[in-house]
Write a protein that binds this ligand. Structure first.
Ligand code: AMP
Ligand code: MG
Length: 343
């Protein structure tokens, strides 16, 4: 074989090798509807098949968490807890037990603004069917709200309620937990640049090759418009808004974030965005800040030090915690830029 032919042949062999192992590095984005909301994963991968597998493992884990903790389905562990815990202790999985413990800690840290027993009244709402409890129903069910009625026993890994009529719901924290789990799965699989999102909760690892990820915060009144673009690397961000599950009636908005003190929808904030290290923390705190309102919400964020917040008030004012330099003091949300919203 002449030298020239050898080069030609080895060139063909090299080409074949390349097509058998395509080293095609790319960003891959996938989304699915899970836990009653849109969930998404985006990551940088050099192996499409491994990436698809990893993304599917994240979605599968979200479905697993939903099957454990949803109160929409009657066959979940959490539904069983609500059926039985006022009569007897109910043994739960370590994961659920730990998350319940975290939820109770947030209740203590927020003076009860974050309270999973909100569901004692919350179950009387059906936002799809435009149903809300009347004042008499709220009066009757409100005494069931108090996180102190939830007793966790680490020795038996069980939960019990000390008051009949108490119910719980983890909707304010479960998605953040699922997002953190998703990031952990991707990390374990070796991915170093990734984003996991579930509804209003997002966590990011790594950057976009020297640039940060950009997460948009949507205008509460316009689904496809973001009033703020936040650059993030290795961080989590959650937004709680009154536009996620709601209906309007008689000039009032009934939505899914309930003030445990009144049993009514919290109405002093339109959206609360919290930025921090984990999605569990930002999820719990975005719901908390929403309930606390602009003043007490910002106070909480300043006291905690490891998180930042952006609040949109009913008048359309945008308030920032001290760690975020405002684009201009008192900026109106309608005057700033646009990007892909978080939810
Ligand atoms: P998020 O979108 O994270 O603010 O979560 C809203 C969800 O949290 C609601 O759909 C309820 O399941 C739950 N929730 C509502 N009010 C409260 C509250 N005061 N404390 C804890 N969870 C709540
Ligand atoms: Mg939340």
């Amino acid at each position: 074989m002449s030298i020239r032919n050898w080069f030609a042949l080895s060139g063909v062999a090299l080409l074949c090798l390349c097509s058998a192992y395509p080293a095609q590095a790319e960003w891959i984005y996938r989304e699915q509807s899970i836990m009653g909301t849109r969930c998404a994963v985006e990551l940088w991968s050099e192996d499409r098949e491994r990436a698809e597998q990893a993304i599917e493992s994240v979605f599968a884990d979200m479905r697993r968490i939903d099957a454990l903790m949803s109160t929409w389905k009657s066959d979940t562990q959490l539904a069983e807890v609500n059926r039985l815990a006022a009569q007897q202790p109910v043994v739960v999985s370590q994961e659920l037990f730990d998350l319940l413990g975290v939820a109770l800690e947030y209740s203590r840290d927020t003076a009860g603004a974050f309270d999973i027993t909100y569901a004692s009244v919350g179950y009387l709402y059906d936002f799809r069917q435009h149903v809300h409890p009347d004042p008499q129903q709220i009066r009757a069910a409100l005494p069931g709200i108090n996180f102190r009625y939830v007793v966790l026993d680490p020795a038996t890994r069980s939960i019990r309620y000390t008051r009949a009529g108490t119910r719980i719901d983890l909707g304010g924290i479960a998605k953040g937990h699922a997002v953190d789990r998703g990031i952990e799965l991707l990390r374990q699989a070796g991915f170093t640049r990734a984003m996991v999102n579930s509804g209003g909760d997002t966590r990011i690892i790594g950057d976009r090759f020297g640039k940060p990820w950009i997460v948009g915060v949507r205008d509460p009144d316009k689904e496809s418009v973001s009033f703020l673009r936040i650059p993030l690397t290795d961080a989590a961000i959650s937004t709680s808004g009154d536009y996620e599950r709601y209906f309007d009636e008689g000039g009032q908005r009934f939505h899914h974030i309930i003030d445990p003190a009144t049993g009514d929808s919290a109405r002093t904030v339109r959206s609360a965005t919290v930025i921090g290290a984990t999605a569990l923390r930002t999820d719990a705190l975005s719901t908390s800040v929403f309930v606390l309102g602009p003043e007490r919400g910002l106070e909480l964020v300043e006291r905690l030090k490891d998180v930042d917040a952006v609040i949109v008030t009913p008048a359309g004012k945008v308030l920032y915690s001290s760690g975020l330099a405002p684009p201009e003091a008192g900026a109106d949300r309608s005057t700033t830029g646009q990007s892909k919203p978080t939810n």
